[in-house]
Design a protein around this ligand. Structure first.
Ligand code: SF4
Length: 149
């Protein structure tokens, strides 16, 4: 199973206290008003993130990252879970940024962290005290939004 992603980048703020390799998956159907990443709407954008290609990215960044974060991809549950299992087997933490309000239990059990909630300009993102979005530590169940303020 696979989906497409744009070229991954290393990010420092999306997961607190972690250095993360960020995979932005294309094919998002939520169409949030004011979306800053409309290139992610068309599932044909980017290149196929096969398991082999994913492993190659992890090998390239071995010892440089502590976590992988997926922006989307929950719409292809099997493909996402395969990648999360590979990442955890490589000793990495895992995080999902979802625009939905809930994440499926089958996915959650492979996550260390997850963000829920669509983009709403009037409420702001995780750095806004009025945000609708929630960043959860899945091991403790604690809300970590305060770390983004
Ligand atoms: S979930 Fe993210 S990528 Fe998808 S439309 Fe909303 S802001 Fe854009």
């Amino acid at each position: 199973m696979t989906f497409n992603c744009i070229e991954p980048t290393v990010v420092f703020q999306e997961v607190p206290d972690e250095i993360s390799l960020c995979f932005s998956i294309t094919g998002c159907k939520l169409a949030c008003v004011g979306c800053h990443s409309t290139e992610l709407w068309n599932e044909r954008n980017g290149e196929a993130l096969t398991n082999q290609r994913f492993k190659s990215w992890l090998a390239k960044y071995k010892n440089l990252i502590s976590c992988v974060v997926f922006f989307g991809g929950e719409w292809n549950q099997a493909a996402l879970i395969e990648k999360l299992i590979i990442a955890q087997a490589s000793g990495l933490k895992t995080c999902l940024y979802s625009g939905l309000d809930t994440v499926d239990d089958q996915i959650i059990k492979h996550l260390d962290f997850y963000k829920t909630g669509r983009w709403d300009k009037s409420l702001g993102g995780l750095s806004s005290p009025t945000t609708n979005q929630r960043f959860i530590d899945n091991k403790t169940g604690n809300l970590l939004n305060h770390l983004f303020l």
